[in-house]
Design a protein around this ligand. Structure first.
Ligand code: PMM
Length: 286
């Protein structure tokens, strides 16, 4: 597969002239960064529309927390949380991504208007996922994943995290393509914080060029994650809570945009929208 110049385009999605901003709406009672705030359908739709007004290009709707140690919700509850929000936002003309590891949730969300399926397991958690995405012809995020949240911290073992994540993502991309997803519809994602410690996450952010060499548009989802808490913690002190990591998140957004990321996934959109515009202006002056 050819090396990517520019940020690349994803067949089936709009084209943006800079790194896109994906705003997050977690319809969950327990996400580590914003759990419980948008659990009600009406509040979740309003929040998604507010994020668009603040500069989000697309909205990622999820109904299952993937924070470390989280246990799974059942499919009917996930459907109940996600589908009405996907429908509400897409009927307002918003480009919606559905964040799910379940084929059925992906399928019903696409029927409700979702334009992108964002599966943190890259199609590994549900054996029907890739078939459903291939049949729907929907763009698909393939994230680096080594197992469910309950046990992922014990899988954070690497000799060379960048080389191993690149190799495992390449393997996953090949498998997904072999099962019928068009290469032009794939987005890749290093999966920051998933079976990775703070040092691993920082190494991946430092080497986004090596991920881009996989030849597909790159999504970076650093927002409010533990590694930022780790960076911001004073010597011997506790890290700041998730909601006090938005300036650090915007810094990663600027770095990611400058490194050629296709999109960044964030909870607080305003600062990141500015960050990607600044990166675009710097790019234009280079
Ligand atoms: N991280 C979370 C949820 N969804 N999707 C992608 N593609 N990449 C990620 O790294 C990712 C994701 C967990 O964060 P949240 O609980 O704050 O939404």
């Amino acid at each position: 597969m050819s090396t990517l110049r520019g940020r690349g385009t994803v067949q089936g999605l709009p084209e943006w002239d800079r790194c896109a901003v994906m705003g997050v709406v977690n319809v969950t009672p327990d996400s580590f960064s914003d759990g419980g705030r948008w659990f009600d359908t009406t509040a979740a739709i309003k929040h998604g529309l507010d994020l668009v007004a603040e500069g989000a290009d697309l909205i990622d709707v999820g109904g299952e927390s993937t924070r470390p140690g989280a246990s799974r919700v059942d499919a009917s509850e996930e459907l109940r949380r996600v589908v009405p929000v996907v429908k509400g936002l897409s009927s307002e003309g918003v480009t919606v991504s559905v964040d799910t590891m379940r084929a059925r949730v992906a399928e019903e969300s696409v029927a409700a208007g979702a334009a992108l399926v964002n599966d943190v397991s890259g199609g590994l958690a549900d054996p029907d996922m890739v078939r459903v995405v291939a049949a729907a012809g929907t763009p698909f995020v393939v994230m680096h994943w080594r197992g469910f949240s309950e046990s992922m911290n014990s899988r954070a073992v690497y000799e060379d995290v960048v080389a191993e994540v690149v190799a495992e993502l390449r393997e996953r991309m090949d498998a997904v393509i072999a099962d019928g997803v068009a290469p032009e519809r794939i987005v890749i994602d290093p999966g920051l914080g998933f079976a990775k410690d703070a040092g691993h996450d920082l190494s991946l952010v430092a080497h986004l060029d090596e991920l881009r060499a996989l030849g597909r548009p790159l999504l970076v989802a650093a927002s409010r994650k533990r590694f930022l808490g780790h960076v911001l913690a004073d010597e011997g002190a506790a890290p700041p809570p998730a909601r006090e990591r938005d300036a650090a998140t915007a810094a990663i957004s600027a770095l990611s945009a400058r490194a050629g990321a296709w999109a960044v996934r964030v909870h607080e959109v305003r600062a990141t929208a500015d960050a990607v515009r600044v990166a675009r202006a710097v790019e234009g002056a280079a």
